[in-house]
Each structure stands twice: as C-alpha cells, then as structure tokens.
Design a protein around this ligand. Structure first.
Ligand SMILES: [Zn+2]
Length: 267
C-alpha cells in the first residue's frame, strides 16, 4: 500500500509536470495552464499509464503479500484441471445439512461475513464427503456443515478480528478453506436432527476443542472418535486445535481463491 501511495504522489507530480515547465515558478504555472498544453508528450501519457497500472496491481494484491486467484483465473484453471472445480455440496451430497455460521452473526466475529449460506469444496473433496455421508447414513447418522470453501477476504477479516493463528489462518499464507480443501463439520442423528455431543461448540477457542485433549465423558469421547475416524478413512486430517476442522490431504495442489459465492453462481 505504501508503494501505491508513493505512485499516486508520483502521478500527481507528473500531472503537474505536464502543465508546468520545470523552469517556471508554481504561480506562473497556474496562469499558463492553457498555453502549456503542447508539453503533453506521448511519453508522459505512457509513463502515467504505467504508474497507474502498477498501482492498481499493488492494490489487487493482498496487503499480506498474497495474490489470491480471481474468478477468471479460476475458470482457466478448471479448464486445465477439472478437479479444481468448486462443487456446491448441498446439491452434490444427498441429505447434507448446512449451518453456515458465517452467513449469520452467530460466529466469533459477531458479524455476518457471507451474503449467501453456501458450502462449496473442490471436486475430490466433494466426492470424499459424499462417501463419508453414505458411511454415516448407514449408521443412522449424517453430516452438518459449518463451513467449506471460504473466500480469502474472509480469512483476512478473521485475522484482523482475532490475531491468534492457533485458531485463525495466517493471511500471509491463506487458509486451506481458501483452497476449497477444508471443511468444518459435525455429526447429527438422522432421527432427531440433533448434533451428537462433542467436547465444545463450533469455533471454540478453548483447549477442550483440541482433538488431543482428554475427554472424561465416554459418550463425548466416542462421538469425537467416530467423526475423526469417518473423516480420516476418506483422506482428511483433523486440525490439531479444532475437532470440527478437516483438511483434505493434497490441499497443496489447489490455489488460494478470492471468489464470492455470488460471483461463482452468477456466471
Ligand atoms: Zn475450519
């Protein structure tokens, strides 16, 4: 951003340079604006355009130095590798229940972050989730999703609200949610629709949320183990400080995206 401001200042100086010959005083300049038009050289215009375009590029990049993939770049990447497609999980996985907390104010930021209540993930992640749902359904259970693919701008917001990277992703690297390769979820009883009892609620910042923290209640312990095993059987790994967060193994092959759900759906 500092570089951008510097470039803006340069642009202004250049504009004045266009109207003012260096040998004239500032006061002369203002009076002479009309007659100084001929000094508007092609080189000056090109110089201004270059400055402006590089300034815009700096703004497009995150202030944390990460350039997230845009919608057009994403479309190109899917043409090259169809696995990169973001899949609407609600449509793809039968009976999937959504409780997208960031589409409400009921989350740790206290603000509504998404305009739409959606869960998306890259194609191999969606296929794995479908298998997990089938496994759980055979036991009278199902999945409830709290969050899937998350636009990069939301990760920046989370970090600026809560700067502890034990619980929120660093905006310098982005989140695995930004890559469409992480899911926040829990298990529900299909008969009642109720969530199985777990050590904490979603997005708890307590140590009880860590999968390694011992649990004294045998039912809660069993539920947590059931979820972790169901996910790990199909290629996910539980996060070390959140029992509800699962990374898809191989997430490194997928870029950080900054595409809103509205943008994904309008085209
Ligand atoms: Zn998560």
């Amino acid at each position: 951003m500092r570089l951008f401001l510097f470039q803006v200042v340069l642009c202004f100086l250049s504009v004045f340079g266009v109207f003012c010959s260096p040998s004239k005083k500032r006061s002369d300049c203002l009076e002479d604006q009309g007659s100084s038009t001929p000094s508007f050289s092609l080189g000056t215009i090109v110089y201004l355009l270059i400055l402006l375009s590089t300034g815009i590029d700096v703004v497009a990049q995150s202030k944390y130095g990460l350039k997230a993939t845009t919608y057009d770049e994403y479309v190109q990447s899917v043409k090259v590798n169809p696995d990169k497609e973001l899949i609407n999980l609600e449509k793809f996985v039968p009976g999937l229940v959504l409780d997208i907390r960031y589409a409400t104010a009921d989350n740790f930021t206290g603000e509504k972050i998404y305009n739409l209540s959606r869960a998306y993930a890259r194609k191999p992640v969606a296929i794995a989730l479908k298998k997990i749902q089938a496994d759980l359904n055979s036991q009278g259970l199902g999945i409830k999703i709290f969050d899937g693919y998350r636009p990069y701008k939301a990760t920046v917001k989370f970090y600026e609200v809560y700067r502890d990277t034990t619980y929120v992703a660093s905006p310098y690297r982005g989140s695995r949610h930004n890559r469409g390769c992480a899911l926040d979820l829990t298990v529900i009883d299909l008969k009642t629709g109720q969530e199985l009892r777990m050590p904490t609620g979603f997005d708890s910042f307590k140590k009880e949320a860590w999968p390694s923290t011992p649990v004294s209640d045998p039912e809660v312990r069993k539920n947590r183990t059931l979820l972790i095993n169901a996910m790990e059987k199909h290629g996910f790994k539980v996060n070390s400080s959140e029992w509800w967060h699962y990374d898809f193994i191989g997430w490194q092959k997928f870029e950080v995206l900054d595409i809103d759900y509205e943008e994904l759906e309008k085209k």
